[in-house]
Design a protein around this ligand. Structure first.
Ligand code: SF4
Ligand code: SF4
Length: 338
């Protein structure tokens, strides 16, 4: 059975994009250079910014992102700096190319997870989304990491372009020796915003019925193989309470131009809550995303309604059929094999 992971102010989650440069051009990439910058932060700046968010009284969890973070020549130094200053967990999200010989520069104990992105169970589907050769490279990267004793996660971003292969993932995950499986839902932001359509036949996001039937059942199969699964809730039942993480949790999404958001759905807009100026976190003037978090609408998440309303549906009387959960609300199905 899955369990909803409750929001908490007892830990801080830091999603740190240390650069936006990437070797790939995935069709759904959410990086938006106009909004997020194109610079690569120096290791000194990264260290200074990490210090802002580490918290001695609460666990601070760090996710290092890009772009492709292994393109940063000093990624290993950043990891070691984060560990030394007390981050409770460190994850590196990668597309699998593992540049700068990163597996030889860090040890499995230096990080908690290496998290690989694969958006299909076959090269055909994955490479249509992520580019030619990506599937083989990612699988090879996972194998190298597993062989060297790193704990690995795999992130599969579900859309109507690849959901037909989700049921093929459990044997692949077992075969690769992955420890954790993240199912993500595609967000209509970045490049997806430019390519998405509101036509039913061309929508990127899967509908409520498909999501509610398929995702939990694949998650159960994967958990039976001894792999923990985490997936976003997306659609709330009548008896489930809507909460906005921007109000009840402590998440920071940091970009190399100094913008700091509390909500990923705001990242295409200059709605960030803070800016880092001279290595100090400065609140941004109104109007910003925090003014939106407090709005109470029958559809649930207000940003969802503003930026990706195609996943909503309504009855004849105009009442929404369901609420959309905060995009940060997750279900977890814990591994059932030791
Ligand atoms: S690997 Fe990540 S950062 Fe690079 S293009 Fe793909 S989605 Fe964007
Ligand atoms: S996704 Fe919606 S509910 Fe979650 S933080 Fe953003 S505005 Fe709030």
């Amino acid at each position: 059975m899955s369990e909803t992971v409750a929001f908490s102010k007892h830990s801080v989650n830091v999603f740190f994009h240390i650069l936006t440069k990437c070797n790939l051009t995935c069709s759904h990439c959410y990086i938006n250079p106009v909004q997020h910058g194109t610079n690569t932060l120096s290791v000194d700046t990264i260290t200074a910014w990490l210090k802002i968010f580490v918290n001695k009284t609460r666990n601070a969890n760090l996710i290092l992102l890009g772009g492709e973070p292994t393109l940063h020549p000093d990624l290993a130094k950043c990891v070691k700096a984060a560990r030394a200053m007390g981050y409770a967990s460190i994850t590196i999200d990668t597309n699998g190319y593992l540049f700068h010989d990163i597996l030889n520069k860090i040890k499995p104990d230096d990080i908690d997870f290496l998290s690989f992105s694969l958006d299909g169970a076959t090269a055909k589907t994955n490479d249509q989304i992520r580019g030619n050769g990506c599937y083989d490279q990612c699988v090879s990267g996972i194998r190298q990491a597993v062989n060297r004793g790193f704990k690995t996660s795999l992130i599969f971003t579900v859309s109507n372009e690849n959901i037909h292969e989700l049921h093929m993932m459990p044997p692949l995950l077992r075969h690769l020796g992955v420890n954790r499986f993240f199912i993500q839902v595609i967000g209509i932001r970045g490049k997806s915003r430019d390519t998405s359509s509101t036509l039913e036949s061309e929508k990127l996001q899967v509908d409520c019925n498909t999501w509610m039937t398929l995702i939990p059942s694949v998650a159960e199969q994967v958990a039976d193989l001894g792999i923990t699964v985490i997936y976003p809730k997306v659609f709330l039942n009548d008896n489930e309470i809507f909460e906005c993480a921007g109000q009840v949790a402590d998440n920071y999404f940091i970009f190399p131009n100094g913008r700091v958001y509390r909500c990923p759905l705001c990242e295409d807009y200059p709605l960030h809550s803070f800016e880092i100026i001279d290595n100090i976190l400065v609140p941004k003037e109104k109007i910003n995303e925090q003014d939106l978090f407090a709005l109470n609408i029958p559809e649930g998440c207000v940003m969802n309604k503003l930026v990706q309303p195609g996943n909503l549906s309504y009855g004849d009387d105009g009442t929404p059929d369901y609420k959309i959960a905060c995009c940060l609300l997750k279900e977890e199905v814990v591994s059932r094999k030791s």
